[in-house]
Design a protein around this ligand. Structure first.
Ligand code: NAD
Ligand code: LMR
Length: 328
């Protein structure tokens, strides 16, 4: 029996993500948690005739604990989204505390769950999650994921548009680093099957992948950030985690993980000087089976992008770690 939890289930991402998980035959029980509206969202979704049993919880009466209890997978899109003019780091003040409190609940009642963090700024919220789990003595780096799949999905789509392929889903485009602006690094030299990006389009394409989130924030004009594409991306990643847990092989997707704690990660930690980095992750029954070093064989241009990403990530990661140790 697989129990999935969505924390932030009433939100712009949470609702469509919950819908996709309800439709997924790999999920037997779906618990929806939010500070508002979960009774309505859960009742609505529960009328869908797929197998998963749906429940909804609010914080009152220990709802968080009941929702998270013995979960196999917890997906966290809780927290405020950006408005035009904001960076993801501007969300830290509010979202850091939200993620910390949710991870504390997970650590107490679902210490073996796969935890997928969507809440921004991912570059800092995942380090917060790791520190909270460490402090509670239940940290398993193989089961903690910062969800960067939307960057991969965007890269697939934008490359397909200029590469003349039918659809992005025919392509694998590694995107590494972090999840904000220049910390996002698409590795076009490793697109499979290979696509040559014309020199005159390269910089604009990198920029579009790095700032795809801003494109949506601007278009929504104050009504939030990406929700539907993120629900798709979050579900794509969650489904791979669940399939791998059931024994399916060969499932790889980049994710922002704690390098010293995952097989193959030490080498990348040494090369970058960072504890967290988004790298292609091969998934297995226990989560991260191994990570592959995405820096080998990259072009000089990609190396310079990685250097810039490393600089940005250092501060983001430190900010998360120090918040977890000294919350205001
Ligand atoms: P939203 O405001 O529509 O929804 C957020 C939900 O979180 C709300 O329903 C709110 O009530 C709930 N919430 C707030 N505090 C909570 C708590 N303590 N416990 C449980 N639920 C709580 O926002 P959204 O558009 O769904 O975005 C959510 C987050 O996801 C934002 O931080 C956004 O920046 C981030 N995001 C990340 C990615 C990514 O690629 N990782 C992509 C898009 C958005
Ligand atoms: C995205 O990439 O769409 C998300 O991180 C939301 C945002 O703030 O851009």
């Amino acid at each position: 029996m697989v129990k999935a939890v969505v924390a932030g289930a009433s939100g712009g991402i949470g609702q469509p993500l919950s819908l996709l998980l309800k439709l997924c035959p790999l999920v037997d029980e779906l618990a929806l948690y939010d500070v508002v509206n979960t009774p309505g969202v859960a009742t609505d979704i529960s009328h869908i005739s797929s197998t998963a049993k749906v429940t909804g919880y609010l914080p009152k009466d220990d709802g968080g604990k009941l929702a998270f209890k013995d979960a196999d997978i917890i997906v966290i899109p809780a927290g405020i989204p950006r408005k035009p003019g904001m960076t993801r780091d501007d969300l830290f003040k509010i979202n850091a505390g939200i993620v910390k409190s949710l991870i504390e609940i997970a650590a107490d009642v679902a210490p073996n769950a796969f935890i997928l963090v969507i809440s921004n700024p991912v570059n800092s919220t995942v380090p917060i999650a790791a520190e909270v789990l460490k402090a509670k003595g239940v940290f398993n780096a193989q089961k903690l994921f910062g969800v960067t799949t939307l960057d991969v999905v965007r890269a697939e789509t934008f490359v397909a548009e200029i590469g003349g392929k039918k659809t992005g889903s025919e392509l694998t485009v590694p995107v590494i680093g972090g999840h904000s602006g220049e910390t996002i690094v698409p590795i076009f030299s490793k697109i499979s099957p290979s696509v040559t990006i014309p020199d005159d389009k390269y910089d604009a394409l990198v920029n579009r992948v790095q700032f795809g989130g801003d494109e949506v924030v601007k278009a929504k004009d104050g009504a939030g950030s990406a929700t539907l594409s993120m629900a798709f991306a979050g579900f794509r990643f969650a489904e791979k985690v669940l399939k791998a847990a059931k024994g399916e092989k060969g499932l790889v997707e980049p994710s922002f993980v704690y390098l010293p704690g995952v097989p193959g990660g030490e080498e990348i930690a040494k090369a970058t000087g960072l504890d967290f980095f988004s790298v292609p992750v091969e998934l297995g029954p226990n989560g991260v089976e191994k990570v592959t070093n995405p820096l080998t064989g990259i072009t000089e241009k990609e190396k310079s992008l990685v250097d810039i990403a490393i600089e940005g990530l250092k501060g983001n990661i430190e900010k998360g770690v120090s918040f977890a140790h000294n919350p205001p």
